[in-house]
Design a binder for this molecule. Sequence first.
Ligand SMILES: Nc1ncnc2c1ncn2[C@@H]1O[C@H](COP(=O)(O)OP(=O)(O)OP(=O)(O)O)[C@@H](O)[C@H]1O
Length: 426
Amino acid sequence: MDYWTRGRTLGHGSTATVSLATSLQSGDVFAVKSAEISRSEFLQREQRILSSITSPYVVGYRGCDVSRENKKLMYNLFLEYIPGGTLVDVIQANGGRLEEEMIRHYTWGIVQGLDYLHSNGLVHCDIKGRNILVGSSGAKIADFGCAKRVESGAGMPIGGTPMFMAPEVARGEEQGFAGDIWALGCTIIEMASGGAPWPNANDHDPVSMIYRVGHSGLLPEFPCCLSEQARDFLDKCLRRDPKERWTASQLLKHPFLGESNSLSKQETNSSSNSPTSILDQGVWNSLDEPESLEIINLGHTGGLSSAGERIRGLSLDSGEPSWDWDDSWITVREGSSWRCDRIMGDVEARDDDVFSCDSVMEEGAGSKELLSVLLDINISCRKNRWDSWGDCKYGGDSFVSSSNLYFDRDRDTLLHPVMSRSLLQT
Ligand SMILES: Nc1ncnc2c1ncn2[C@@H]1O[C@H](COP(=O)(O)OP(=O)(O)OP(=O)(O)O)[C@@H](O)[C@H]1O
């Protein structure tokens, strides 16, 4: 890609912003996922993975470059533009839940994608509706910022979204192919119910979420609207023991996908980019047409001016659980630790204070057992009170997306999304 211009924003994650773009030579439209180069570790990891694979069920790779915009060096990953939005957008556009025929259709595409990835030794690690894009031929797996190769994955931190984590992943034991299958099961629940796989869980409280998934012995509730066949499929995905879960290639032969699946097969055989089914047509009609592209000429970024506004923008626009942004947060990176100069309840936090799990647990909610394995966490807390776990932030040497909680096992560190956003701007 030689010369290109950036168009309207398609979406935000906290690791990157995705915009529409157009090639000045060919006029081709594509998506560009960009992050400041100093904060592009996840994006570069995604580039390494996407550039090595190609499948109709995975968002297509189109190249990468580095640009200078607003005096900043940006790392850009070029992707196939998928106009239908994410699966979550499609669920919302269909009144909050999908009919079983649509669930079958999208599930078939996701399982095809997983079968391809797994047979190439790749684990996605963050399957969920928000990371599935919907094209004219069905579902395509996107957002490979957490993905890893099984042969090199042993030393890598566990990543993903707590609400979609398999029990063995939540316990920090392993994150393999079977973890993606569990997350697929959670995504089916998302499609069938329009809600979270653990409906009563507090997704602002990721630590207790992880504890519940990993140690409670419970399963997410199966939506009652599903047929027996679909419930049986779900049962094969949501086994707590990863060895009992079916593989993607087994799932492709399950009657839920194997029978009466003419829609999926017919669409895969089509090379057209236009919607080819009534179902898709409904989706397209409900979504915005792309706006005309605005040339920015690699030297201008429009939009939000101050760092604070940009942070708030990330917080508000991500569409993820609304992590509170509060100006009373002060987090400063200093050496390898984080400091906070606020008074919090009975505890005065001084620079570089390190709170033990016990002192935190006096005020924190639940999950002591899990925290006991996370020693020496550096914690900053909001002014005047210890809040729930969802409002605490945990130090570490990385940054993450608004929806994801990263668990850095080398440093025994949990990273909280709010902190990631402040990290992005400091
Ligand atoms: N190829 C694409 N075509 C169209 N829209 C896209 C494309 N890739 C991403 N998007 C939009 O941009 C949003 C953010 O993309 P993505 O999830 O890849 O970013 P991220 O920074 O990795 O996010 P996260 O915070 O979930 O890790 C998506 O939810 C989607 O709305």
